[in-house]
Design a protein around this ligand. Structure first.
Ligand SMILES: *Cc1c(COP(=O)(O)O)cnc(C)c1O
Length: 383
């Protein structure tokens, strides 16, 4: 009768204001109604990613994986040596995309549930001549946030001529988790519409710094629709996904109204509430607190119960949560808390999850307590 509530790491709930913006009637996508909208979207994205004065933004019709593929195709050539640092399923996907396009990939794989350690990564970079390094900001399959800033800080000591292009898949990170590209020295960052941007799936966002754009390959054979040159130059090569872009325009307005500091704090709080809930009901979070993601949490279900059955029972009560991935498929569920989720909507979702746990009231008390203590630190969230 009702559409299900969702606590997923994508797609995420779409606010009514964004749904309404997507109903804007069609017009010439090179005409006076749409042109300023796309300009504003690209300008706001450049600010949000902090690409710097000579950086640029490409908005493509694709899901996030399209951004991974277009990045590999446009910033590298077949035969280029790259270091892939993988902390889970999405790091593996980035590696696989690079391999599929003929890059010579040195795979550096971190055990499931851990973040990478910058020191061994930097020492590999010093020993090899990589053209690029492929990183995941927030590993959605495990619920781990990686230390991008500590890595880039250590890479400053490498002479610029030997410094590889730093490419970060931040699809479940930006805009919920900070990735100030210019300050941190990130060259290319990727995002998608259906996670923190609170839009439906369908837009891939690629942000490049001035240095990143210098590495955009000029000779780009085997690329046509996903040749990023025209997209970065604002040339609108083909019909854009206009309705989604109207939605993204509204999203960027809502994100700016909340402000980045409050948004980052809200997502940290949502992660803390979810982990406290998990500890209190005996569904322990699978990753260490120090690397725990603000946007998605893996909770272990007790031995003997199946995550698939647990998720089906939760779904029957009106809430969809995600399954564990990879080696955690049979032991964990994932709760997404990214995008248009407030502490109150998370709490309502957890009150559904609580029904299938052994200690429902303990779990809810713990989550509520974390929320309550946060009220003393922060201004309350405006409705
Ligand atoms: C969601 C996600 C992707 C892309 O997935 P799509 O289904 O293609 O949108 C890539 N990387 C990460 C880290 C993600 O969270």
């Amino acid at each position: 009768m009702f559409t299900p509530d969702i606590l997923l790491p994508g797609p995420t709930p779409v606010p009514v204001a964004i749904q309404q913006a997507m109903l804007t009637p069609m017009s010439d996508h090179r005409g006076s109604a749409f042109t300023p909208v796309l300009e504003r979207v690209r300008h706001r994205l450049a600010t949000l990613f902090e690409v710097g004065p000579s950086g640029g933004i490409a908005v493509l019709p694709a899901s996030g994986t399209g951004a991974l593929e277009a990045t590999v195709q446009n910033f590298f050539q077949k035969g280029d040596a790259v270091l892939s640092v993988s902390t889970g399923a999405f790091g593996n996907r980035f590696r696989d995309v690079a391999q599929a396009h003929g890059l010579v990939v040195d795979p550096y794989t971190v055990p499931w549930g851990q973040a990478f350690d910058p020191a061994p990564v930097v020492s590999r970079i010093r020993q090899h001549q990589y053209r690029g390094i492929l990183l995941t900001h927030n590993e959605t399959s495990t619920g781990v946030i990686n230390p991008i800033e500590r890595l880039t800080a250590q890479m400053v000591s490498i002479p610029p001529a030997y410094r590889p292009l730093i490419v970060v898949d931040s699809i479940s990170g930006v805009p919920a988790i900070p990735l100030p590209m210019q300050t941190w020295g990130v060259d290319v960052a990727l995002a998608a519409s259906q996670k923190g941007f609170m839009c439906p799936p369908g837009l891939a966002l690629i942000a490049a710094s001035g240095n990143g754009l210098k590495h955009l390959q000029q000779d780009r054979p085997h690329r046509f629709y996903f040749d990023l040159g025209p997209y970065f130059e604002d040339k609108l090569p083909y019909t854009p996904a206009t309705s989604l872009i109207y939605g993204l325009d509204k999203s960027l307005e809502l994100l700016a109204a909340e402000g980045s500091a409050r948004r980052y704090q809200r997502h940290r709080l949502l992660g803390q509430m979810t982990r406290s809930f998990g500890h209190a009901v005996g569904w322990n979070p699978f990753v260490e607190e120090i690397v725990a993601s603000p946007t998605v949490t893996s909770l272990g279900v007790p031995a003997g119960s199946s995550p698939t059955r647990v998720r089906a029972r939760i779904a029957a009560l009106g809430l969809q949560v995600a399954g564990g991935m990879g080696p955690w498929h049979d032991t964990a569920i994932r709760i997404g808390h990214v995008g248009a989720i407030t502490p109150a909507t998370l709490f309502a979702g957890l009150s559904i999850v609580a029904h299938v746990t052994p200690h429902p009231s303990r779990g809810l008390e713990a989550a509520w307590q974390v929320w309550h203590e946060d009220l003393d630190k922060e201004e309350p969230y405006d409705a």
